[in-house]
Design a protein around this ligand. Structure first.
Ligand SMILES: NC(=O)c1ccc[n+]([C@@H]2O[C@H](COP(=O)([O-])OP(=O)(O)OC[C@H]3O[C@@H](n4cnc5c(N)ncnc54)[C@H](OP(=O)(O)O)[C@@H]3O)[C@@H](O)[C@H]2O)c1
Length: 337
């Protein structure tokens, strides 16, 4: 198929997608964002990934989340995204909000990971080349580096913005105390933190318990949740206790088979019954549960098919939970048979 044949849905902004403001900034992002960690690398089916990206944009998803090391192999999700950027998405650059990150292992030697100025700025250069972009909309430090002065890491982000290679700066995988220092440094250097990206879902609640959500709001930063479906556990994928062929758990790497214990199965089946009563899929309910809180600017979902993405977008239709429903969810999650 000729990539240039793509023409975005004319009604993309009337299809129901809602947009939330990132903290105290001028930027609105969709409640549902799409991440390219899995399913978009060199080892994946390019045409399928392209269909997912097209569908996303056609439904008003304007935010795509990448990182230098997404693939596999590392860098290939950015390369594939670059192919789409230079063809079908080319006319829409100004409508897209594209992120990348650097922090995890990317190349050999002492300058290929963590939070030094050298690593971050050279990695951003490489990311821009792979994605065929002049700039990214947001550049993140992908993880807190306890051995590099936080001032060095933050100054590299601020300089990336100053150089026009990123429009905004963000942090990911930062503990609360380090995040506070990051907000302060970036704010003092006229590059306020646009988004704090952390894992957050029904089964993983650290942003609540560690006060990260509250802290982001207090400091004028947006908050964006990654792995909102706990890599597929909070969907119908594993409800029967079987591990479907081709599923993320079947790879037994990022999502380990041992996670699927009888106690967890019991919980997700009970949550699924609740979702049914609400007229939602489990995936949609899990996302709605995150979006009920205005402190959550967006959730970054992954999807291995257009159908999964369609189901996930349904979450925006009902973000209201009664007090009784919220209590019941907590009872289900805390019950250990
Ligand atoms: N900052 C960080 O350190 C960090 C870390 C992780 C992720 N992220 C970002 O967050 C994004 C999302 O992470 P994630 O992929 O772990 O998110 P997720 O939404 O929790 O999990 C996505 C996976 O769940 C399954 N799934 C999704 N929707 C489904 C549905 N409706 N029904 C059945 N199964 C469904 C699919 O797996 P199958 O393959 O089994 O179909 C899909 O690939 C990443 O792409 C990345 O952009 C950031």
């Amino acid at each position: 198929m000729d990539h240039s044949a793509y023409s975005a849905n004319k009604n993309r902004y009337e299809s129901g997608m809602k947009y939330r403001r990132c903290g105290k900034s001028g930027i609105l992002i969709p409640e549902i964002s799409l991440g390219l960690w899995h399913n978009f690398g060199g080892a994946d089916d390019f045409e399928k990934g392209k269909k997912i990206l097209h569908h996303a944009f056609d439904r008003g998803i304007t935010h795509f989340d990448l990182a230098n090391n997404y693939g596999p192999p590392y860098g290939t999700a950015e390369e594939n995204f670059g192919k789409i950027m230079s063809t079908s998405f080319k006319p829409y650059r100004n409508e897209l909000f594209i992120s990348t990150k650097a922090g995890y292992n990317m190349w050999d030697g002492p300058y290929g990971e963590w939070g030094s100025r050298k690593y971050l700025l050279s990695s951003l250069e490489d990311s821009l080349k792979r994605m065929k972009l002049d700039y990214v909309d947001i550049f993140y430090t992908h993880r807190y580096d306890p051995n590099t002065p936080i001032e060095e890491t933050m100054q590299a982000l601020a300089d990336a913005v100053r150089q026009g290679k990123a429009l905004y700066a963000g942090i990911s995988n930062y503990p609360a105390k380090a995040a506070l220092s990051a907000y302060q440094y970036l704010g003092d250097h006229e590059t306020p933190c646009l988004l704090h990206q952390e894992k957050y879902n029904l089964l993983y609640r650290e942003p609540e318990s560690e006060g990260i959500l509250k802290q982001a709001v207090e400091n004028g930063s947006g908050f964006i949740a990654f792995s909102p479906l706990e890599q597929g556990l909070l969907t119908n994928r594993y409800l029967g206790g079987k591990i479907p062929e081709g599923s993320r758990m079947s790879e037994d790497f990022f999502l380990k088979k041992e996670t699927l214990t009888p106690a967890l199965l019991d919980k997700i089946n009970k949550l699924n019954a609740m979702a049914k009563d609400r007229g939602q899929s489990l995936a949609a309910m899990a996302l709605s549960w995150l979006l009920k809180d205005q402190a959550v600017t967006s959730v970054i979902v992954g999807a291995s098919s257009v159908n999964q993405l369609k189901q996930n977008i349904e979450a925006i239709k009902n973000n209201h939970f009664s007090k009784e429903e919220l209590t019941k969810i907590e009872q289900i999650l805390s019950h250990n048979p």
